[in-house]
Design a protein around this ligand. Structure first.
Ligand SMILES: [Zn+2]
Length: 98
């Protein structure tokens, strides 16, 4: 198999397990034949990380289950008052923090 990105041959030395849909969005299906270890790392650092950050509010509220870790809590500030809000995984607990 060749790496989808760089076209290097994927073998036992440079294979890595890649989530087809990122773990942060609940992806469970994995493959070792799509990306080499180097490209998987690049994708993880650049694209998967950004996608996880932008979908965090939705995955947090929907309580999407991951293979490892939980979504980061949602922190925001009401601009008119400066009041800070903190929302836990699942939206179960909502409180302000100062
Ligand atoms: Zn590659």
């Amino acid at each position: 198999m060749k790496c989808y990105r760089c076209e290097d041959i994927i073998d036992d030395k440079n294979s890595s397990e890649e989530h087809i849909i990122i773990n942060a969005c609940g992806g469970r299906l994995k493959s070792k034949n799509l990306l080499c270890k180097k490209c998987n790392s690049i994708f993880g650092d650049k694209f998967d990380c950004e996608l996880a950050r932008t979908t965090n509010v939705i995955t947090n509220l929907l309580m999407v289950k991951r293979h490892h870790g939980v979504p980061q809590p949602i922190r925001t500030t009401r601009t008119s008052t400066g009041e800070k809000y903190y929302l836990d995984y699942g939206g179960v607990s909502c409180s302000s923090e100062n």
